[in-house]
Ligand binder design. Sequence first.
Ligand code: NI
Length: 136
Amino acid sequence: MKDKQIVRFSVSLPLELLKKLDEKTLQKGYSSRSEVVRDMIRELIVEEKWEKKEEVIGVLVIMYDHHKHGLTEKMLEVEHANPSQILCTTHVHLDHETCLETIIIKGKPEEIEATSVKIGGLNGVKFAKLVKTAPI
Ligand code: NI
């Protein structure tokens, strides 16, 4: 059986759980139950990669006040000292003082988390959220 081949299988579920699955399907705009199940499996695989400390990808989203003295320099120092690989950063000037950045980091989960905490904790960073993902 080829890996990319689509297979069908049956799942036994309590009716109550099936209703919840259908609610999720509708709420999240999925085209079918299969698509929800596929996404849930992918999410579990990503979670497991983070738990097993494999090489993963983190996308750190931050918002900060660029008028805050020394903040961008401190941020760059953390990024350059980071043992993981910073794949790219995107910078958007949201308004007169607010900057939005995404920092895509590849590496070990603990290194990515440590870098995110350091950047997120800098004085002047108003929002920081790490999205955990990995190639599946
Ligand atoms: Ni800016």
